[in-house]
Ligand binder design. Structure first.
Ligand code: NAD
Length: 486
């Protein structure tokens, strides 16, 4: 972190008292009821959109400073991505918020039953550093659309993005969203406060800290976590296109993407064909020397660089049978790790933890079924990517594996489909968001039953229970039914 960035943090980090006041103000605004009308929600989303347009260059520069992100990638995966999410939400919000009627059992009629969505209150969003703008504002869009106020904490590991958010949010979303900059002490102080929902994106270790803190107040949580997202590929696919797509999904943001393909499983024959195409695809996307490509990012900090370079070095040094397929070079001074592909053993260092960097291990398996078993023996992944033209293989993965998402033929892209829920399962997280799913995440679904007093049909179920009433209850109010087997 540069001296200037440290200064920024020092100037803006909040004392525990200031944090308590901030959360109190967010609650006060919510309690006035001002956030509930559709008009207020639309106003906040429109203001956020305007902020993204007005200060696109600032956010782009911050992403370049933190992660070496190319402006086109910054637009595709962060700023433009958010603009699309806002547009989708503005288009459908009125419809999503409509009360939904449901049928009423005969014994309760006449009556009407409706589900209405009500905002939860004050939402805490804790964001990570790898997509520091998208992963902070994405949940905020949902929380505001659902009528909540928000306190949001960007990651201290992406100081330029954090500073840009802290600078512009107050100008466009004052009151509705408050940014609290800082690291562990500030997050710990925030977690001491009472919230109505906590939305955390990051690693499972901190996810557990967040969940324990939330338990004190029975606050619901969404945990967007990570893990190793596998790819399975077989001989049946167009290897050139598959290799290009895998390279795109893996090496975007220098592999620091929660849904990046972590490793590839395939038979020896499929991996041999893929290994031939991957270096070509890397060159196609990033040139002969990716260290000169403006489209290729850098590791976020020295610790992240050393961790990934260390895992690679262990595998290449040990007599483990690992073989370099592409890349392999590193430069600590610029935190550069070349797009690297390495054929490894299932027990290698690279297969022991989420890589979260630009190294792609290839691991041989005997068959699609062996790949399914390999995946099922490990934690449930955030995403699973299958490249196969065989419908039977695709069905087997659908039916026999569990993951946050399952894509056929393309990695990462499911994030851009706003109608799909985005989230993990098991160790990769709980809950989901994006589009209408965000509305459900940040709302309470309140059940409303209205029964007119004018006609008291309920008399049939009131005591005392004589023989006639017992018959009526058994036959008409709560009859036992028999169903055919199967
Ligand atoms: P990070 O270090 O930025 O941490 C995330 C947040 O947790 C930060 O705001 C940080 O201040 C806070 N934090 C850190 N330590 C804390 C503590 N002890 N107590 C309270 N708060 C604390 O990000 P990270 O965890 O390194 O992010 C990488 C991980 O996140 C990877 O596992 C990746 O797969 C996962 N991830 C998941 C998603 C998703 O959408 N599912 C998206 C991005 C990243």
């Amino acid at each position: 972190m540069s001296a200037q960035n440290l200064d920024t943090l020092a100037q803006t980090s909040m004392t525990p008292n200031a944090i308590e006041t901030t959360v109190g103000q967010a609650r006060q605004l919510f309690t006035t009821g001002v956030t509930k009308p559709l008009a207020w929600r639309r106003q906040q989303l429109t203001a956020m959109n305007q902020m993204l347009i007005d200060h696109k260059d600032d956010f782009t520069a911050a992403l370049a400073a933190d992660l070496g992100k190319h402006p086109a990638e910054a637009w595709l995966t962060e700023i433009g991505f958010l603009a699309a999410e806002i547009a989708h939400t503005l288009k459908h919000l009125q419809d999503w918020l409509k009360p939904r009627k449901t049928s009423v059992p005969l014994a309760l009629q006449p009556a009407t039953a409706t589900t209405v969505l009500e905002p939860l209150g004050v939402v805490l969003v804790i964001a990570p550093w790898n997509y520091p703008i998208q992963l902070l504002l994405g949940p905020v869009i949902g929380a505001l659309a659902a009528g909540n106020t928000v306190v949001a904490k960007p990651s201290e590991m992406a100081p330029a993005s954090s500073a840009a958010l802290a600078r512009w949010i107050p100008e466009y979303l004052a009151g509705a969203v408050t940014i609290v900059e800082g690291g562990v002490p500030e997050t710990t102080n925030l977690l001491d406060q009472r919230f109505d929902h906590i939305f955390y994106t990051g690693n499972g270790r901190v996810g557990r800290i967040v969940m324990s803190a939330a338990a004190k107040n029975l606050t619901p949580v969404t945990l967007e976590l990570g893990g190793k997202s596998p790819v399975y590929i077989d001989d049946s696919v167009d290897m050139i296109t598959a290799a290009r797509r895998i390279v795109w999904g893996k090496f975007m943001n220098a592999g620091q993407t929660c849904v990046a393909p972590d490793y590839v499983l395939g038979t020896d024959s499929a991996l041999a064909k893929l290994a031939k195409e991957l270096p070509e695809a890397i060159e196609e996307l990033y040139g002969a020397d990716p260290s000169h490509s403006l489209a290729y990012g850098r590791m976020i900090n020295d610790a992240a660089f050393s961790r990934v370079a260390g895992l690679l070095a262990i595998d290449l040094l040990e007599e483990s049978g690992s073989a370099l397929v592409a890349g392999g070079s590193t430069d600590a001074a610029t935190r550069y790790i070349a797009p690297t592909v390495v054929h490894v053993d299932a027990e290698s260092a690279l297969m022991k933890e989420e890589i979260f960097g630009p190294v792609l291990p290839l691991v041989s398996v005997e068959s699609a079924q062996a790949a399914i078993e390999f995946i099922n023996q490990r934690e449930k992944p955030l995403s699973l990517y299958v490249f196969s033209e065989d419908g039977g293989v695709r069905d087997a993965f659908t039916l026999q594996t569990s993951s946050g998402a399952l894509n056929f033929g393309v990695p990462v892209a499911h994030l851009s489909v706003p109608g799909l829920p985005f989230g993990g399962v098991g160790e990769s997280g709980m809950g989901s968001y994006h589009g209408q799913h965000s509305i459900y995440t940040f709302s309470h679904q309140k059940a409303i039953l209205e029964k007119p007093l004018s006609l008291d049909t309920l008399g049939l179920i009131y005591p005392p229970f004589g023989a006639v009433k017992k018959q009526i209850i058994k036959r008409f109010v709560a009859p036992a039914r028999k169903f055919r087997k199967g």
